[in-house]
Ligand binder design. Structure first.
Ligand code: HEM
Length: 187
């Protein structure tokens, strides 16, 4: 039996090899309180401010790179959505000083997998927030009904961009991104 080509195996690898990190992130205070029904608007704002602190410098890095039109990269920027959910002055929000390395194309692809994938969980969270009557849902709603198609198209582009030579670097970057995000959110 031969191994599947990188283009079909990468999504499976990313999902399985980063699952422990995803599980750890789901254990953060915000999600635990959300699940327990004890979440407050203040804790929601704290979590959103943390996500802003990560997404803003990450998106600034993405803006340094050229993406072909099919990536629809402008539509994938979401940090500004968080500002619609927060009363605070954006300039006052602390930014994460320790992003994962985002210099190479494979590093970017791995990080994008994590942040694009988070739109899937965002849909679940937006519904839970609605049930809890917490109004700060612009960011979590994200691409809304376009979430599925945006994810599918990202996965296709990712699969095409990954080669046997850069696959390990993409997977490693996704792991680093989860770890850096978790460390930032829990501090
Ligand atoms: C900021 C934190 C989070 C990040 C970065 C993140 C990241 C990801 C990624 C990368 C995927 C794609 C997995 C794949 O390859 O299919 C994903 C899927 C998903 N996540 Fe999260 N996630 C986060 C938080 C959450 C939370 C708190 C929940 C729980 C409400 C959640 C629920 C889900 C669900 C339901 C899916 C879809 C799983 C599937 O369709 O197989 N996520 N997330």
């Amino acid at each position: 039996m031969t191994n599947p080509p990188a283009s079909t195996g990468i999504l499976h690898r990313l999902r399985t090899e980063t699952r422990p990190y995803h599980d750890a992130l789901e254990q953060n205070r915000f999600n635990r309180e959300l699940t327990a029904g004890t979440l407050t608007p203040e804790a929601t704002e704290h979590f959103l401010a943390k996500m802003y602190g990560f997404l803003k410098p990450y998106e600034d890095q993405l803006r340094q790179h050229h993406f072909a039109p099919e990536w629809a990269i402008e539509q994938r920027y979401r940090a500004h959505l968080i500002l619609q959910d927060l009363p605070a002055n954006a300039a006052a929000l602390p930014l994460c000083p320790a992003l994962p390395p985002l210099h190479t194309w494979p590093q970017l692809l791995g990080a994008m997998y994590v942040l694009e994938g988070s739109t899937l969980g965002g849909q679940v969270i937006a519904k839970q927030l609605a049930k809890a009557a917490i109004p700060a849902r612009t960011y979590f709603s994200g691409y809304a009904e376009r979430t599925g198609p945006m994810w599918k198209s990202f996965c296709q582009l990712l699969s095409q961009a990954v080669t046997p030579e850069n696959e390990d670097e993409v997977v490693a970057s996704a792991g680093h991104t989860f770890q850096h995000l978790d460390a930032w959110i829990t501090t």
